[in-house]
Design a protein around this ligand. Structure first.
Ligand SMILES: *Cc1c(COP(=O)(O)O)cnc(C)c1O
Length: 223
């Protein structure tokens, strides 16, 4: 197994290369290390290698791990959120990528802490995935004018798993289009596109990802 430093360097190089192909600056892409089922030692090693953003999927796991990890890092909630767990989020996380219903926003707003949120869009309409449709995003955006603490900053998607990521390039293109449509419609300037995982991040970066969520390619296979 290669070291975290080697894996991280390899991922960063692939991001830089994808940016170059797309005529983008690699500074536009934030690399989020996804640490579900990854132990705190490996997370600390990644911090020593300079990684500053981490994503967790499960509130319970995050509660156990995040407090053991000191340092100036940002935590991103990327997993499905049950309404009764929203109360734990403000203390643990800086960003929430997986907002797919208004309940979550209302719950977060109550904590009076600035919170950047992204709406999870199920672009391919897969039954096995969470996320909402364009109309769902629209319905939530219609209500966000009343918010003072929660700030919509963009969209997130998980593309279907396929052998060849070229097959799902359209998903990333579509998410970028939806972001533009929503910005135009609501007079907003949301700019984050959280898209791309270990198997498809280069295509996502070529199509405008500003945040990539990468687990396996940095930390190895999850047990
Ligand atoms: C697990 C997970 C990832 C990372 O997946 P890898 O294939 O290990 O890179 C990214 N996003 C979400 C929402 C996840 O659940």
């Amino acid at each position: 197994m290669s070291s975290i430093r080697e894996s991280l360097d390899a991922v960063k190089k692939r991001i830089t290369d994808a940016c170059r192909r797309a005529g983008r600056s690699s500074e536009e892409v934030r690399l989020i290390g996804v640490t579900k089922k990854v132990g705190t030692e490996k997370i600390k090693a990644a911090i020593e290698c300079g990684l500053r953003d981490f994503g967790e999927n499960y509130i319970q796991e995050a509660r156990e791990k995040i407090e053991k990890i000191p340092g100036d890092v940002s935590w991103h909630m990327i997993g499905h959120i049950q309404s009764n767990k929203v109360k734990y989020i403000p203390k643990l996380f800086d960003y929430v990528h997986s907002v797919d219903k208004w309940d979550i926003i209302e719950g977060l707003e109550r904590y009076e802490k600035p919170m950047d949120v992204l709406f999870e869009v199920n672009v391919a309409g897969e039954d096995s995935k969470h996320g909402t449709g364009v109309d769902g995003v629209r319905r939530m955006l219609e209500k966000t004018k009343t918010l003072t603490h929660v700030k919509p900053v963009g969209l997130m998607t998980m593309a279907p798993f396929v052998e060849n990521p070229e097959e799902i390039r359209w998903v990333f293109v579509r998410l970028r289009e939806i972001l533009k449509e929503m910005n135009d419609e609501f007079g907003l300037a949301m700019r984050e596109l959280s898209m791309g995982m270990s198997s498809d991040f280069e295509v996502a970066v070529e199509e405008g990802a500003t945040m990539v969520r990468i687990g396996t390619a940095i930390f190895g296979e999850r047990l």
